[in-house]
Design a protein around this ligand. Structure first.
Ligand code: MF3
Ligand code: CO
Length: 249
C-alpha cells in the first residue's frame, strides 16, 4: 500500500477502543517499572492487562516471530528490547513499547520511564524527547506535510544537543502494524506526503544522548546505540480528525 488508509466511523470507534486499552496497559506497566523488577515480569503484566479486555490482542506477540507482548528497551537499547531476566535498577530508563489489535486494527505506543532515582541529565534528556513528540503531535491536521513533523522533531532534539536515530522511523498503521507513510524523525519542512483526515500515524522520536549510530545485539532483536549512550523512545498513535488530531494511544 502506498497511500494513506482511511477509516470509517465504525473503524475509528474500534481504533479508539484499542487505543484506550493500550494507553491503560502502558500506564499499568509504568507503575511496575521499579528497582528489582525483571523486564519479563513487565511483559507478563502487559499481556495479562491486554487479554483481560475482551476482543483485544497483543499486537507484537508473533509479529515477524517476535516472542513477547512488550518491547522493554533498557538504557542504551533504542527499540525491540527483548523482555527477559534483566533486573531493573535505580537510575535505569526503560522504554515500554506495546501494540494492541482491536477489531482487526492496530494501535502502537511507547513511553520511556525512569526507574527509581534518575540523574538530572537523564531527566532533562527524557523531557526533551517527550517534548519533541508532543510538539510533533500538535502539528497534526489535514494538510500537514510529514516533513513538518520530521523537521520539528529534529530541531527540538538536536537543538538541545541530543541526536535522533535516523534509521528508525514512525509509520502509518491500521490493518497492518507498519504501512505507508514512513514518518522520519529528521527531515525538511514543506516536503513529504500530505496528511488527509480519517487516517492514523504512529509518531515516534527515538533519540540518543550521544551518537545516532546503532547496532543489533546477538539476541537478534535488541537494537542499541553504538556508543552505549542512553536512548529515549516516545510514541503515540494519532488520528487525523477534520479539525486537528486526537491521540488514540
Ligand atoms: N513499536 C515498534 C515499531 O514501530 C514495533 C515493534 S514490533 C515487534 O517498530 F514486534 F517487532 F516488536
Ligand atoms: Co511504532
Amino acid at each position: 500500500m502506498s497511500q494513506f488508509q482511511l477509516f470509517s466511523a465504525k473503524q475509528i470507534e474500534a481504533l479508539r477502543n484499542g487505543g484506550a486499552i493500550l494507553a491503560g496497559c502502558l500506564e499499568e506497566v509504568s507503575q511496575h517499572a521499579l528497582p528489582g523488577v525483571t523486564t519479563k515480569e513487565l511483559d507478563r503484566i502487559a499481556e495479562q492487562f491486554i487479554r483481560s479486555h475482551e476482543g483485544a490482542l497483543p499486537a507484537f506477540l508473533g509479529y515477524n516471530g517476535y516472542p513477547a507482548t512488550l518491547c522493554t528497551s533498557v538504557n542504551d537499547a533504542c527499540v525491540h528490547g527483548l523482555p527477559g531476566s534483566r533486573v531493573l535498577k535505580d537510575g535505569d530508563i526503560v522504554a515500554l513499547d506495546c501494540g494492541v489489535i482491536f477489531g482487526g486494527l492496530y494501535t502502537d505506543a511507547c513511553v520511556t520511564v525512569g526507574v527509581g532515582l534518575l540523574a538530572e541529565e537523564t531527566k532533562q534528556f527524557l523531557a526533551v524527547s517527550h517534548g519533541a513528540l508532543d510538539a510533533a503531535c500538535a502539528l497534526v491536521k489535514p494538510g500537514t506535510k510529514i516533513g513538518n513533523i520530521s523537521s520539528t522533531i529534529q530541531h527540538m532534539v538536536e537543538g538541545s544537543g541530543y541526536s535522533c536515530v535516523k534509521m528508525l522511523t514512525g509509520h502509518g498503521l491500521g490493518t497492518t502494524l507498519h504501512q505507508f507513510p514512513d514518518v522520519p524523525n529528521v527531515g525538511r519542512a514543506g516536503t513529504g506526503p500530505v496528511l488527509p483526515a480519517h487516517t492514523i500515524i504512529a509518531i515516534e522520536p527515538i533519540t540518543s544522548m550521544g551518537t545516532d549510530d546503532i547496532r543489533e545485539l546477538p539476541d537478534g532483536w535488541t537494537i542499541v546505540t553504538a556508543d552505549g549512550s542512553f536512548s529515549g523512545h516516545f510514541e503515540h498513535t494519532v488520528l487525523v480528525t477534520e479539525e486537528g488530531y486526537k491521540i488514540l494511544a
